[in-house]
Write a protein that binds this ligand. Structure first.
Ligand SMILES: [Zn+2]
Length: 209
């Protein structure tokens, strides 16, 4: 039997559903919110309530945006012939801190059969369609305005490598070049948290898949 009022127990339970948050952290957060003068439960609640409002995926690259197409896809100064494929939206932000000037495609996950993540759960079909629409001509040359290179920047772990191999097979006949980030990144690294020098090195040293 909980000695805590039910609304506190419920808030603790909700925090515990978040990744990496255990019972102790959840309790600390809830009691912090109850005492805090800087952030209130109401402002946190309001931020979360509005979180999904008017938010969707860019029709082209699947980045989160409030518009039909994101700012990067809409920017005419970007090199639309090069697509950098990442697992999560936050990795786009990480690569934006490098000198990368191409465009992106966000998969929203990686292949992971034990987690029930197959190609259907990822934005793979959207990537294939995108490459097929603007890929290579019958002569193997990039179509005008087409895709010249797809850089696969999934994390260098088991799922990331499996996803890269899968994408290579799907894309190799659609685009002239499919490359993979160089292994300046240690195996098991998380791209989202890599520093910009490491990321730029990995990007510059990319190799053919
Ligand atoms: Zn976009």
């Amino acid at each position: 039997v909980s000695l805590l009022p039910p609304q506190i127990t419920r808030a603790i339970e909700e925090f515990q559903k978040l990744p990496g948050i255990g019972m102790k952290s959840a309790e600390r957060m809830v009691f912090h919110l109850l005492r805090s003068t800087r952030g209130s439960p109401e402002t946190l609640g309001a931020a979360l309530t509005g979180l999904k409002a008017n938010l969707h995926y860019c029709v082209q690259c699947q980045m989160v945006t409030t518009k039909e197409r994101c700012d990067i896809c809409e920017d005419p100064s970007r090199d639309a012939t090069t697509i950098l494929v990442v697992e999560e939206p936050l990795e786009v932000i990480a690569f934006e801190r490098t000198q990368y000037k191409g465009v992106y495609h966000v998969l929203h996950g990686v292949l992971s059969p034990i987690d029930g993540m197959g190609p259907e759960q990822l934005k793979v079909r959207e990537l294939v369609d995108r490459c097929a629409a603007g890929g290579t001509s019958a002569e193997g040359m990039p179509k005008v305005g087409g895709i010249a290179e797809v850089i696969v920047a999934t994390d260098p772990d088991v799922e990331g490598e499996a996803t890269a191999s899968y994408l290579r097979e799907k894309l190799k006949n659609l685009v002239p070049k499919v490359t993979r980030l160089a292994h300046g990144l240690p195996m098991g690294a998380d791209i989202e948290f890599a520093d910009q020098v490491t990321l730029k090195g990995a990007l510059d040293g990319r190799r053919s898949l």
